[in-house]
Write a protein that binds this ligand. Sequence first.
Ligand code: 0L1
Ligand code: MG
Length: 259
Amino acid sequence: MSTDIQGLAARLLNAVETRTATTPLTNEVPDLSVEDAYRIQDAVVQARIDSGLPMVAAKLGLTSEAKQRQMNVSEPLYGRLTSDMLVDTGQPLHVDRYIQPRCEPEIAFLLGKDLEGPHVSAAHVLDATSLVLGAIDILDSRFAGYSFKHPDVVADNASCAGFTIGPVGLDPKGLDLRLVSVSLEHNGRRVHTASGAAVMGHPAASVAWMVRALAKRGMGLRAGQIVLSGSLTEAVAVKPGDVVTARFSGLGTIEVPCI
Ligand code: 0L1
Ligand code: MG
């Protein structure tokens, strides 16, 4: 029997709209394939684009051992971020717009050239990048308690919900991104530290993985888009009144007050 791509996408869109968690799709479709899960993700993203919210960024997920361990999933994945998901630099995070938000620190790439094709490497990514910046990925799984299997979270657009970009942008060509470190603080208490090498050995290698994965589906990334390359650390859950601070070496500090 063929998978009800549109029906499952509608269920995820409804969860976002009503801010109500749903059950994993694999409860009803135990053999949901990753290919069909990406088709569901496409339908979710296309519905947002059709409602006037262009895709402005993309992200990698589950690219570090810390995140794979936290989520009990062993493969990376990608998702797409639309214009409404930007929490602009210095703006607060409105927790009531989400179901169960979490924040995690990432290195973002602002693309100056299109990137596509099955043989793209980290070197091509660095060549195509205008600026690298610190970022915070704001996650919101549409599955209660972040309980899911790999195809569920692929269909759920990699838990994409928001992102904020740091205040310092640097040309990546003279930087060793493996050595950019981050200290993540939650309400003034340091909870995690890591460096760029935690993201698939090099954050640009992570972006290259995404470009090759997109190429298998006839897609690519465009100049002007931002790519979040995956979290360096585990994510922290946030509630109103919290402050999340990510201090990056060389890429400035991002502070997100949660209201
Ligand atoms: O950005 C991420 O690593 C998220 C991938 C999905 C898993 C999660 O919700 O933590
Ligand atoms: Mg992330």
